[in-house]
Design a protein around this ligand. Structure first.
Ligand SMILES: Nc1ncnc2c1ncn2[C@@H]1O[C@H](COP(=O)(O)OP(=O)(O)O)[C@@H](O)[C@H]1O
Ligand SMILES: CC(=O)N[C@@H](CCC(=O)OP(=O)(O)O)C(=O)O
Length: 254
């Protein structure tokens, strides 16, 4: 079986992804890798909400999502960001397919805390059939982080959470989280490697905050026998370069 790589592209980087970044993707696909892209879009959603005079509210890094907010989230993520990535990949000759977690019911979600967060989901399961079919056809699935609950409610899900669940479900061998910083910094120093114990400590100490928390926790959750390490990198560099911060299991926390 070909090597599988899940790449999460953060909303923070979408507007300035370098040509080098896309060249790296093409090289990987040409060398026979199967690529799966999960994207975010936080900043673009904020802009659209502000234009509509709707308050932007986060609780522990998760967007409070009313039905009105969800309409905008879906529009920005699926109709704007997803389409834009797909068309850029198509222009480079890659065969990309646009997906979200509810249309094909492939991201099975549960409501996280409806009272506090509204229509925000956590991933319960990823049904991989639609992804497997696309990969068999040499397509690159581009996934918007949306899901469907058991009773058919569409929900907004953090993109790092979806990407890590997809990486785990597809037994990917590589998972790269592309963001606007070239790794995890602790006291202004870039960390080459972090394990579960370090991450727990640095979150508790407040050295890892905001949008970096779902990245490092999602990375840890995705680790398995297939996936030994996850890299958090900047989209300004070529993906083939060994860069960023590596998240690995390390010693188990008691
Ligand atoms: N320890 C840390 N090291 C690096 N970045 C951090 C750290 N703690 C918090 N961050 C923040 O996390 C941000 C990346 O998360 P986020 O803005 O959600 O990006 P994305 O849109 O790519 O998901 C960084 O720009 C930085 O502001
Ligand atoms: C529940 C929740 O917070 N969903 C995120 C989904 C997009 C996302 O995660 O985008 P980034 O990767 O750019 O942060 C949101 O509404 O912003």
């Amino acid at each position: 079986m070909s090597k599988r790589t899940v790449i999460k592209i953060g909303g923070s980087m979408l507007a300035e992804l370098s040509e080098e970044f896309y060249k790296g993707l093409i090289e990987r696909q040409r060398s026979g890798e199967e690529l799966i892209i999960v994207h975010g879009g936080g900043p673009a959603i904020n802009e659209q909400l502000e234009r509509a005079n709707i308050e932007v509210e986060f609780d522990n890094g998760l967007r409070k999502t009313t039905a009105q907010v969800l309409t905008i989230v879906k529009d920005v993520l699926f109709h704007q960001v997803n389409q834009s990535i797909v068309s850029q990949l198509q222009a480079l000759g890659m065969n990309a397919i646009s997906l979200n977690g509810y249309d094909h019911r492939f991201v099975h979600a549960t409501l996280l805390d409806e009272q506090r967060l509204g229509l925000v989901g956590d991933v319960k399961a990823v049904h991989t059939d639609v992804l497997e079919t696309a990969l068999r056809e040499q397509m690159v699935p581009v996934v918007s982080p949306l899901g469907l609950t058991e009773c058919g409610k569409q929900v907004n899900i953090n993109a790092d959470t979806v990407a890590s669940a997809v990486a785990k479900a597809l037994t990917a061998e590589e998972f790269i989280v592309v963001t606007d910083v070239d790794g995890v910094y602790i006291q202004a120093e870039k960390q080459a490697k972090l394990n579960e114990k370090d991450i727990k400590k640095f979150i508790e100490q407040g050295d890892i905050t905001g949008g970096m928390i779902p990245k490092v926790t999602g990375a840890l959750n995705s680790l398995s026998d297939h996936l030994q390490r996850v890299r958090i990198v900047s989209g300004k560099q070529r993906l083939t370069v060994e860069s960023g911060t590596v998240i690995e299991k390390g010693t188990l926390v008691p």
